[in-house]
Design a protein around this ligand. Structure first.
Ligand SMILES: NC(=O)c1ccc[n+]([C@@H]2O[C@H](COP(=O)([O-])OP(=O)(O)OC[C@H]3O[C@@H](n4cnc5c(N)ncnc54)[C@H](O)[C@@H]3O)[C@@H](O)[C@H]2O)c1
Ligand SMILES: O=C(O)CC[C@@H](O)C(=O)O
Length: 399
């Protein structure tokens, strides 16, 4: 069981470069940023791989300043009662702009053309003549009238789909789990693919915007390439592991895939023909880094100070106005009679419950209980112990 009282200073550790405006959220008397601390209360991270990390016993929250949480062992965090947050939509515009830029630039062979012109530097007065003679190598294709397949119509995919329509493309989208909010924001001119294969069969360009999960890993594979049109361009600004690299190499060699544009280069990808690679730049704008850092920091701050939860990927969203008296925040298994056992423990200290909320998410649930007065400080350790004895409680904090 871990506990933080508001009067204690909470330690925040960062594992990547987090925008200063986000760190400023923690610059008050309740928080200290200490990146060397071994036992922080919360960690703010971007892409750092946390899978082999040992977590300190005070760790209560991890906030991903970004969207993909595949660098965080989410299941382990849940079992240990650590809330994991991300920042949905905060970097979507940055990624959308890079996707559309890359879509046009690759279709017009801009990257290859630019690299080639740079090789002419020593040709002196011949350069204009060489340019005119050489440009035929870089004749491209216009995207107008072509079909863009968008896999995953979440924050990024929906923006890309809507804007591609404005560029006079036909757009076909596939997302069996589309959220109601996104569906409202999506243009009705985006055609709906009922299966991934339908999208693969129709698209001249494919862009993928899904999380990396066991279901999506390797979704671009030999079977998928066999269905696609010849010379299709594939844009992957989501995660490298969505692509089976052995199959992609063959598809690029035989021209089935005309170009593979990705934000996730590695040794294998860099040695394939017709790839265009970027150093994971999708979210690398000042605006996006600030949006993500501020959102992540605010969510962690709110959670540590009040127990309220917004945008967690493993805890349920919960919000109860904080009165500042005494609050008990309990993360527990989602089994019968938990709330009864918790309230019995509380009433054995003659404490009166002023308000409470309980929300579940899968096998776990989260309960916030407000007491109508400050708990006597002598009673707090005993109350904590009593909570600890209740089977099924993972963590309880008295705030
Ligand atoms: N290159 C970068 O810097 C960068 C930046 C942000 C996000 N990303 C990556 O992009 C991904 C998408 O980001 P987002 O903000 O749009 O996330 P999001 O959660 O808003 O959208 C993801 C969408 O994928 C859909 N989806 C899930 N599984 C699917 C499947 N099997 N088939 C089709 N659709 C499926 C979901 O229903 C959801 O609508 C992230 O998970 C992350 O990996 C990369
Ligand atoms: O932090 C970054 O630069 C990348 C973030 C991105 O991959 C994400 O999933 O949000």
């Amino acid at each position: 069981m871990s506990t933080i009282a508001l009067e204690k200073v909470a330690i925040i550790k960062t594992l990547n470069n987090i925008a200063e405006s986000g760190l400023n959220v923690f610059r008050d008397d309740h928080f200290t940023i200490d990146n060397d601390h071994e036992n922080p209360d919360a960690i703010v991270v971007r892409s750092f791989n946390m899978h082999t990390m040992e977590f300190g016993r005070h760790l209560k929250a991890i906030a991903r300043a970004g969207v993909g949480v595949n660098n965080i062992p989410v299941d382990k965090c849940t079992q240990e009662g650590i809330a994991v947050f991300n920042t949905p939509g905060a970097n979507a515009n940055a990624v959308k702009e890079l996707v559309l830029t890359s879509l046009i630039a690759s279709s017009r062979n801009l990257f290859a053309g630019e690299a080639w012109t740079k090789t002419l530097g020593k040709e002196g007065k011949q350069i204009p003549k060489l340019v005119e003679a050489g440009k035929k190598q870089f004749v491209g294709k216009e995207i107008k009238g072509k079909t863009l397949g968008v896999i995953g119509l979440g924050a990024i995919g929906a923006l890309v789909a809507n804007d591609a329509l404005q560029l006079d493309m036909n757009v076909i989208g596939f997302d069996p789990f589309i959220s109601v909010d996104t569906a409202w924001n999506l243009s009705r001119n985006v055609q709906r693919a009922l299966t991934l294969d339908q999208l693969f069969a129709k698209a001249d360009y494919i862009t993928v915007h899904v999380p990396l999960t066991d279901d999506t890993r390797g979704m671009f594979n030999e079977k998928a390439f066999n269905i696609m049109k010849k010379d299709v361009h594939i844009l992957n600004f989501s995660r490298g592991e969505l692509v089976n690299e052995t199959d992609m190499k063959i598809a690029l060699e035989n021209g089935k895939v005309g170009k593979y544009i990705t934000d996730f280069p590695n040794e294998s990808v860099l040695n394939m023909k017709n790839t265009i690679t970027f150093p994971h730049l999708g979210a690398s704008t000042k605006e996006s880094e600030e949006n993500c850092a501020i959102m992540a920091a605010r969510q962690v701050k709110e959670f540590l100070e009040t127990g309220n939860i917004k945008n967690s990927v493993n805890f349920p969203n919960v919000s109860l106005p904080y009165t500042g008296k005494q609050r008990i925040a309990i993360f527990h298994q989602n089994v019968p009679n938990m709330v009864g056992n918790i309230t019995t423990a509380i009433s054995s200290y003659h404490l009166n419950i002023a308000d409470m909320i309980n929300r579940s998410r899968g096998d776990y649930a989260y309960t916030l209980i407000d007491i109508d007065k400050k708990v006597d400080s002598d009673d707090i350790p005993n109350l904590k112990e009593k909570m600890n004895e209740i089977p099924g409680i993972v963590t309880a904090r008295i705030i």
